[in-house]
Design a protein around this ligand. Structure first.
Ligand SMILES: *Cc1c(COP(=O)(O)O)cnc(C)c1O
Length: 393
């Protein structure tokens, strides 16, 4: 082993620990539900993105097993060669119908969808206008693109308009925003963004990873919620969060899909989803499309949870969705709150720099449709005791 490399790694890890930015991996000993087993203990899980509880749904699991039996364990090749199984096409048809768009292309993750679509669409003479709080995978997608990236202030339409004016000589202007912002839970003003984009001849892309399964009728997403499905050029969704499995997709026009099958590098050079994933996703989308009780329960639990935290004096920031940050600010205190909650049998993870800005640390909590009122009451009592012990609330 190379000593220089090993020393570098050890120095960097020590530095992260010193700055309270080091996050050890948690080993979960049960399926991802409202409660999980960690270290042999039963904990209330407030850190998952499994919004609707579909990750461990019996119907979704059965569909995964059926798909393995029919199609095998792996796709066998990248999709553009001979790995495009009919079950991939079926998933894309299911998603197009659900989203109400002409076509959908599935990627192996939301992250790779961003890494594929952004450089494929925006090149040398183009400008990407990107909300400053956009997800890391959008930022990395932009880094892979030769386009100039101009950040605009978070949800600030004056700032976006200034940036659009400054980009008037570009070949293409592409506005990119999260639909639901993953660390704060606030929602992009998509109607206003579409209005501005139309005025300045710009295309609009929405990363709806946290809007899929959460926003709009039956969780059809943030564009559906605002009634702008036909005005958003590119919708990115994930199959890894509310849908409960793994994968990402791009929803839009037939030409968009067609072009991406030729030019999106993670699609061209990385093997497609295993059949189990495609089968499980089809089942999950069918459940979502036919029944809105899970999304309704998610929102009811979110309102109950947020009202409870506020009653105890906690600051839940700017959230408008089930994503519920418990704002602390200081990194060390945030880590201490996470530890105290764990002692109270609640797993709610601290989010610190670089995921959020320094001094904006928080414990991020995610109520889901799978939680019972009793789970949430127990977790509220844990927050009350932990807050008192630390003098935070
Ligand atoms: C989670 C997330 C992604 C990545 O999705 P994966 O399917 O987990 O790779 C992309 N964008 C946003 C906004 C996300 O929150």
């Amino acid at each position: 082993m190379n000593d220089t490399l090993q020393n570098l790694l050890n120095e960097q890890i020590a530095l992260l620990k010193k700055e309270h930015l080091y996050k050890p991996l948690v080993s979960v000993e049960s399926p991802p539900g409202a409660r999980v087993k960690v270290g042999g203990r039963d904990l209330i899980n407030l850190s998952g993105n499994n919004y609707l509880g579909l990750a461990n749904d019996a119907r979704v699991k059965a569909a995964a097993i059926r798909a393995v039996e029919k199609w095998g364990a792996g796709a066998g090749a990248v999709r553009p060669i001979i790995g495009n199984l009919a079950i991939h096409d079926e998933l894309e048809r299911e998603l197009s119908a659900f989203k109400g768009v002409p076509d959908v292309l599935v990627f192996t993750s939301g992250f790779t969808a961003n890494a594929g679509v952004i450089p494929a669409l925006a090149g040398e003479n183009d400008v990407i206008l990107s909300d400053e709080l956009n997800h890391a995978s959008i930022i990395d997608g932009c880094r892979l693109s030769k386009a100039r990236r101009v950040p605009f202030k978070h949800k600030d339409m004056d700032s976006l308009e200034d940036a659009l004016k400054a980009a008037k000589n570009a070949r293409l202007r592409l506005v990119i925003t999260d639909g639901v912002f993953s660390m704060d839970g606030d929602v992009a003003p998509l109607d206003q963004i579409c209005d501005l984009a139309a005025r300045y001849d710009a295309a609009v892309m929405v990363d709806d990873a946290h809007g899929s399964g959460v926003m709009g009728k039956n969780g059809r997403g943030t564009a559906y919620h605002f009634g702008v499905t036909n005005r958003v050029d590119v919708q990115l969704g994930t199959l890894s969060k509310a849908v409960g499995v793994v994968g990402g997709y791009i929803a839009g026009s037939a030409a968009l899909k067609d072009y991406l099958t030729q030019r999106a590098r993670p699609f061209l050079f990385s093997t497609g989803a295993p059949p189990a994933v495609a089968g499980a996703c089809i089942a999950a989308i069918q459940i979502m499309a036919s029944d809105d009780t899970l999304t309704a329960r998610l929102w009811e639990n979110a309102r109950y949870w947020q009202a409870g935290l506020k009653r105890l004096g906690w600051d839940t920031g700017a959230t408008e969705t089930p994503i519920t940050p418990v704002m602390v600010g200081d990194e060390e205190k945030t880590q201490a709150l996470q530890r105290e909650l764990r002692a109270e049998n609640v797993i709610a993870l601290a989010v610190v720099f670089p995921t959020v800005a320094r001094g904006r640390a928080r414990v991020r909590t995610m109520p889901t449709a799978a939680h019972t009122k009793a789970d949430l009451d127990e977790a509220l009592a844990a927050f009350e005791r932990a807050g008192k012990r630390l003098g935070l609330a």
